[in-house]
Structure formats: structure tokens, C-alpha cells
Write a protein that binds this ligand. Structure first.
Ligand code: ZN
Length: 182
């Protein structure tokens, strides 16, 4: 077995299967590969996303995750403790946000699990607020879920100025808590 060809999931049709992680990341069984996932362009401001190429049952492990532990968050990191973040721009970075996601991340085990049944062709999504205290970039969510929270923040921060303006405009009954300027 070579470092470049990780003995994780069997390839389909004898085609070559490559890990999403570069050779600098020590290979482990279960790391995401091109046999199971493909990178797709969402065609909107979310940019690139991930689509499952195979089905996963609810409760099934989707992938073992890896990366580089850092002490600062960025758009390429996922928070794994109060002070530490895992830099993973190769796979986790590509997971889109949904307020009703089909993937959850166990940051203690560094594993992604199917929160519900996933069909081949489904986009993979996680709830950014499930792991992040503070988002690198707050944004208006259009996930389409009936439980959509609208304006996305981290779990330990309030909406920023743009978010307060968005909420005041889009959410009936929302009060920004500030008096209007004259
Ligand atoms: Zn949403």
C-alpha cells in the first residue's frame, strides 16, 4: 500500500480512488475518498460543496476526519474544543450549512455521521452553529428547512450589524433592540 492510495473504501469499476486528504495527512481507514464523495459547484454564493456518491444509513459513519490542529479559527476550520480548531480545507471546508443537516460531526472522535438517511447524489450538510462558537462569516441562510434560523451566527455570539439589519427586515416581530437614528 502506498501513501497515495489509501486502503479505505473499495474503488468502483477498478477506477482509481483518491483520498480527499493530501499526503501530508497520515492516512487512516475511513478517510473520505473520491469513491464516496464528489466536489460539486453549488452555482451560488456558497461555492463548492460535497455530494455523496453512495448512500449512507442514518447513524452510519460517513467519514473519518483529519486535518491540522490550530488555535485560530478560519473559514477552513472546525472547532474541536474551547480553544482548538481543526484546519481541514480538503473535506470539512466543503460541507455546506443547513439548519436541518444530514451530517453531524463528532469533534471528540473526529468523525462525520449520517444524521438521517443519505441517498447517492444528496448534498452533504452540517449545522455550523453545532460546533462553532463564533462564525468566521455570519450569513443569511437559505437552506429551505422549516426550522431555518434565517441569520446564521456561531453558538456563542449574537448577530452582527448586518445580521441585525437583516433580521429587522426579514423576521416579523423581531426587534433589533435599538432605537432608530434620526
Ligand atoms: Zn437555514
Amino acid at each position: 500500500m502506498s501513501d497515495a492510495n489509501i486502503p479505505v473504501n473499495e474503488g468502483q469499476n477498478g477506477g482509481s480512488v483518491t483520498s480527499f486528504y493530501p499526503e501530508s495527512i497520515p492516512p487512516e481507514p475511513g478517510h473520505p475518498t473520491t469513491a464516496n464523495f464528489e466536489v460539486v459547484n453549488t452555482g451560488d454564493e456558497r461555492g463548492k460543496g460535497l455530494r455523496a456518491r453512495v448512500a449512507f444509513r442514518r447513524g452510519e459513519r460517513v467519514a473519518r476526519l483529519s486535518g491540522v490542529v490550530v488555535n485560530r479559527s478560519s473559514l477552513d476550520t472546525i472547532q474541536i474544543s474551547a480553544t482548538l480548531h481543526m484546519h481541514d480545507r480538503w473535506f470539512c471546508r466543503l460541507l455546506l450549512h443547513s439548519c436541518e443537516p444530514n451530517v453531524v460531526i463528532d469533534t471528540a472522535a473526529m468523525e462525520a455521521w449520517a444524521a438521517r438517511d443519505i441517498q447517492a447524489g444528496d448534498h452533504l450538510s452540517i449545522d455550523y452553529a453545532a460546533t462553532e462558537d463564533v462564525l468566521g462569516r455570519q450569513f443569511a441562510c437559505h437552506c429551505g428547512s422549516t426550522r431555518c434560523r434565517g441569520w446564521m451566527t456561531g453558538r456563542r455570539e449574537g448577530p452582527n450589524e448586518e445580521g441585525r439589519a437583516w433580521l429587522a427586515k426579514n423576521v416579523v416581530g423581531h426587534s433589533s433592540g435599538r432605537s432608530e437614528k434620526r
